[in-house]
Write a protein that binds this ligand. Structure first.
Ligand SMILES: C[S@@+](CC[C@H](N)C(=O)[O-])C[C@H]1O[C@@H](n2cnc3c(N)ncnc32)[C@H](O)[C@@H]1O
Length: 259
């Protein structure tokens, strides 16, 4: 996965350690902290540089952190090592594509939960197939949190159109969207809910992330207006599960229970 391999070295500086990256990840962590069983075993999909794996391990969970990009997985393993021996002992890493999850069936005991954070699922053609494979890996009653980039983002239209960048403004509305040559899709909440129900999952909650809060591309705005961003974050937390926020968010976080 050359596109993501090339991104790995700078990923934390350009996303995880930014103001907006931090705001959005904190919102995901709040939902995880609320729903994860104590000391559970978590399958992390598209783990990137391992920020969530380390966070989960610090909370006492054991994690199998997977990603299609060998460079991302190498960074995740390094992050685990840097977090200290006790944390590293709770994190295993593996190069594994979302499309190949079925190779874990039979080799792994069931997981208590799964996490796909920040857009990995936008890179697969068939979300239903991934959810079906995941259902075979997570125990009944176990949960999955999927954080997916949404299709309609007014913040993005205004931000890029205001700069005369019409191509970026309508990038999610294209028939065959691509990023660095990689085909992407922006599934609606409704289509993911339908795919979940068809594969043995019950959707229990959806939160919009960055409908009012600026999305990560607007980091320069966040740097200039930290108090405004904090206020928008407070407001968005109250409205996160309402339809207008869910439908117009940069990402949405859908929580599923395996029936
Ligand atoms: C935006 S990053 C998110 C990384 C991490 N989850 C986080 O929260 O920072 C998207 C990740 O998805 C991974 N990815 C993309 N396509 C994938 C696929 N088909 N299978 C597994 N991982 C994939 C990329 O390598 C990248 O690490």
């Amino acid at each position: 996965m050359a596109a993501f391999d090339a991104l790995a070295a700078d990923y934390d500086v350009t996303f995880s350690e930014t103001i907006l990256g931090g705001v959005l990840r904190a919102r995901v962590h709040e939902r995880l902290a609320h729903g994860l069983p104590v000391g559970g075993r978590v399958l992390e999909l598209n783990c990137g540089t391992g920020v969530d794996a380390v966070w989960l391990a610090r909370r006492g969970h054991s994690v199998l952190a997977t990603d299609v990009s060998p460079a991302m997985v190498a960074h995740a393993a390094l992050a685990a090592r840097r977090a200290g021996a006790a944390i590293e002992a709770r994190i295993d890493t593996a190069v594994l594509a979302l499309e190949d999850l079925s190779v874990l069936s039979g080799t792994e005991r069931p997981f208590d939960a799964a996490l796909s954070n920040f857009g990995g699922l936008n890179c697969v053609a068939d979300v239903t197939a991934v959810l079906a494979d995941l259902a075979a890996l997570v125990r009944p009653g176990g949960r999955a949190w999927l954080c997916i980039m949404g299709p309609l983002v007014p913040w993005e239209w205004v931000w890029f159109a205001g700069r005369g960048d019409w191509s970026s403004a309508r990038r999610r509305l294209r028939r065959n969207p691509r990023w660095r040559g990689l085909p992407l899709q922006y599934p609606t909440v409704r289509s993911v809910r339908r795919a979940a129900r068809a594969t043995g999952w019950a959707p229990v909650r959806v939160d919009g992330l960055a409908a009012l809060v600026p999305p990560p591309f607007a980091e320069s705005f966040a740097g200039r207006h930290p108090r405004l961003v904090a206020g928008l974050d407070r407001l968005e937390r109250r409205l996160a599960h309402t339809a207008p926020v869910v439908w117009t968010a940069d990402h949405y976080l859908i929580e599923l229970v395996h029936r």
